[in-house]
Ligand binder design. Structure first.
Ligand code: ADP
Ligand code: LRH
Length: 498
């Protein structure tokens, strides 16, 4: 790398990385500096994030970057910014302390909180205020769970920060809440991009905790002295990217234009979750959107990400974790290969079945689900792996239908970005099940989106369109054309009745 370099700290629910990005010869170039595992940790009844371990890995990665791009290097570090998964948060007290652990959205404490919330404010009103899909993992329900439990952090809080904001605070000492991630709370108006006073009031959440959201691209501060000492990064600006990983991923979809009113492409940001949707100029807060339970999350520069959360590769990941506990550790490639060799459609599972959100053992849970839905238990691991992938492709097919209804547009291309774009079987299944062209890549869309937003924030790039064109020119993609579409019709009917 040469010239100004931007450090993207990209934390996903399964792994994190520190990636350096810059532009050379009209292309974005990336260098992966540090990669580490991430997973929620169970302690007694609670499911928590190891935020200290994450911070340790982040500072380690920054140290490596500072060593690599020191004063003697042709590249100089121009800024650093963090993106993470949505909905999770930390609460700071008046002494600037994080006093309670950071919980994972799969924490069992949230169970039932959506119903509790709706006893106070109706579903219709919550949707009208926020335009968000209803999921028990949403920050709103997590905050209510904390309140109901008399959580020590909740009782002493003076500030609310989303996960990425927490790391920005650790980096710079500044308390900010970036807008794209704030939009996943179900407490923000998608129209004004300000906190819903109505919901805060009704649910007894102090408005003083919630500063006005900061737009992506804003310089929050500079790396504070303690971090400079630990990492060697001195006076480096901390620039907020679109801190919601999905917003960063959508920003770097290699498509033309920005937020068309009638989109002819959609995206699947494929990782632990599959986020499938379109980018629009305005939110769609309509009865149909509520009925189909789509979400209007905030994108960069006032755009809307109209999308649906789909259970994602979480199931694939957790099958692997269950196998690891049983003493075998297949690679992703081996799992995909065995899935390819397994008979088609012998077990249909809905990746959004509530039982699969946080099971103790994913394999046992799928066997129980097969029995509950009158299907034979998976005869071998290949069937299990294949079921996890076919279930996703079938969900994509239904979601595409809904997206076209909602936007009254016809979508010809599905862009798959993120780790799942490496799964060739899943990409082909998606093309076949949806009967659409699939364009796969880039894999590191989120980190790329993070980097290019920092470039926009620091004036190196002038617009989203320019950033997209740059991404398109920089990263190869792979195209899949639909092949065996009719084979999916009967399974899709069976799937719809599960
Ligand atoms: P997250 O951001 O949620 O942590 P990622 O975008 O990093 O997720 O995607 C991780 C997923 O990508 C893994 O769970 C795995 O299923 C898939 N994946 C990663 N590498 C490969 C590969 N080489 N082949 C197939 N799938 C892969
Ligand atoms: C994907 C993601 C998704 C959220 C979920 C909690 O990583 O950010 O957009 O709904 O995590």
């Amino acid at each position: 790398l040469r010239g100004p370099v931007h450090l993207a700290v990209d934390l996903g629910a399964s792994s994190g990385r520190v990636i350096a990005g810059g532009v050379r010869d009209g292309k974005v170039q990336l260098a992966e500096i540090w990669r580490f595992e991430n997973q929620p940790i169970r302690m007694q009844q609670d499911l928590l994030w190891n935020h200290l371990g994450l911070w340790q890995n982040i500072t380690h990665g920054l140290r490596l970057a500072a060593d690599q791009f020191d004063a003697t290097s042709a590249a100089q570090i121009a800024s650093v910014g963090v993106d993470t998964w949505g909905v999770d948060f930390g609460l700071l007290d008046e002494h600037d302390q994080l006093i309670s652990p950071v919980r994972c959205y799969r924490d069992p404490r949230n169970q039932g909180m959506m119903d509790t919330a709706m006893q106070r404010v109706s579903r219709e009103e919550i949707f009208a205020e926020t335009g968000l899909q209803f999921m028990e993992i949403n920050t709103l329900y997590q905050l209510l769970a904390a309140k109901q439990a008399g959580d020590v952090g909740f009782r002493n809080a003076t500030s609310f920060l989303m996960m990425a904001d927490l790391f920005h605070w650790m980096l710079s000492g500044e308390r900010t809440v970036e807008a794209t991630n704030a939009s996943t709370t179900q407490l923000l108006s998608p129209v004004t991009r300000t906190w819903s006073e109505k919901l805060l009031g009704e649910f007894g959440l102090p408005s003083a905790w919630f500063p006005p959201p900061t737009p992506a691209g804003t310089q929050i501060g500079v790396v504070q002295e303690s971090v400079a000492e630990a990492t060697g990064l001195r006076d480096v600006p901390v620039v907020a990217p679109a801190t919601h990983d999905t917003a960063s991923a959508v920003l770097s979809v290699p498509a033309s234009g920005f937020a068309p009113a009638r989109p002819d492409w959609c995206y699947i940001s494929s990782g632990t979750w599959s986020l499938m949707g379109v980018e629009l100029p305005e939110p769609k807060i309509t009865p149909l959107c509520a009925e189909l339970n789509f979400t209007n999350e905030g994108g960069v520069q006032g755009s809307t990400r109209l999308l649906k959360n789909i259970g994602g590769l979480w199931i694939f990941q957790q099958i692997r974790a269950a196998l690891q506990r049983r003493g075998s550790a297949p690679s992703w490639a081996e799992m995909v290969q065995q899935a390819a060799g397994a008979p088609a459609f012998s077990l249909l599972i809905n990746p959004d079945d509530a039982s699969l959100l946080a099971p103790t053992d994913m394999i046992d849970e799928i066997v129980a689900l097969a029995s509950r839905t009158g299907q034979p238990a998976p005869s071998d691991n290949g069937v299990l792996f294949r079921a996890a992938l076919e279930g996703l492709a079938l969900r994509y097919r239904l979601t595409l239908e809904s997206l076209e209804r909602l936007t009254q547009s016809s979508i010809s291309t599905i862009h798959i970005v993120g780790g799942g774009s490496l799964n060739e079987l899943l990409c082909q299944m998606t093309a076949d099940a949806c009967n659409r062209r699939v364009v796969a890549g880039p894999v590191e869309a989120t980190a790329i989106g993070n980097v290019v937003m920092q470039m926009i924030g620091t004036g190196q790039l002038s617009s989203i369109e320019e950033a997209r064109a740059l991404v398109q020119a920089s990263f190869p993609t792979k195209t899949y054309t639909p092949q065996n579409t009719q084979a999916w019709d009967a399974p899709a009917d069976r799937f719809a009745k599960l």
